[in-house]
Design a protein. Structure first.
Length: 174
C-alpha cells in the first residue's frame, strides 16, 4: 500500500460534490500539539476521510484516524505505548450560529477565509481528545502492584501535623 500525504486544508463543498475519499497520513512533524501532549509520537497518523452530501443536503466529512504514542504511566512513571484511534463526523458551517441547525450526529466546523477547512487541525484535535485523562498501564503490566497502593492512610508524621484549615473552622463559629 502506497503512503499518500494528505492535504492540510480542503474545500469540503467541492469534495462532497465529487464524493471524494482520502486515505493517507499526516507525518509526526505535522502534529506538534499532539507531540506536546504525550511523551513521544511514534508513528504517522493514518487517516481516512470521506466527503459526501447527506439526504438533508448537508455537506458531511466523515473520518477516522489512528496514531501510536508513548505515554508515561501515572502509577509507576514508566513509559508505555498506546494506540489512539478516533472516529468523527463533521458538517462545515459558514458561522457558528448555523451549528444549532445541524443534526446532533454532526459536529460543526467553520470554514476559513478561503472557504476551506483545516484538515490537519481537525485530525489533531480529535486525537488529542482521545488521550486518556490519567494514562496508566493495565494493572497486570504495571510495576506498582495493587498491594503497594495505599488509599486514605497518612504516615504518622503527617497525621500529627496541625490542620492548616483549623483557623477557618474557628471563623465559621463566630
Amino acid at each position: 500500500m502506497q503512503k499518500v500525504k494528505l492535504p492540510l486544508t480542503t474545500d469540503p463543498v467541492k469534495d462532497a460534490q465529487r464524493r471524494l475519499d482520502y486515505d493517507g497520513y499526516y507525518s509526526i512533524s505535522q502534529l506538534p500539539r499532539l507531540a506536546e501532549s504525550v511523551s513521544k509520537v511514534l508513528s504517522d497518523a493514518q487517516v481516512s476521510l470521506s466527503f459526501f452530501i447527506d439526504p438533508q443536503k448537508l455537506v458531511v466529512m466523515k473520518g477516522q484516524a489512528t496514531v501510536e504514542v508513548e505515554l508515561e504511566c501515572q502509577r509507576c512513571q514508566n513509559p508505555f505505548i498506546q494506540t489512539l484511534s478516533c472516529d468523527f463526523i463533521y458538517s462545515p458551517v459558514s458561522n457558528l450560529d448555523q451549528a444549532d441547525e445541524l443534526p446532533e450526529i454532526y459536529e460543526p466546523i467553520e470554514f476559513n477565509a478561503f472557504g476551506e477547512i483545516d484538515l490537519v487541525g481537525i485530525v489533531e484535535d480529535e486525537l488529542i481528545v482521545t488521550l486518556p485523562i490519567i494514562p496508566m498501564h493495565s494493572s497486570e503490566h504495571c510495576e506498582v502492584s495493587v498491594a503497594e497502593q495505599v488509599f486514605g492512610e497518612l504516615p504518622e508524621e503527617l497525621a500529627k501535623k496541625p490542620n492548616p484549615f483549623a483557623v477557618l473552622a474557628s471563623l465559621k463559629k463566630k
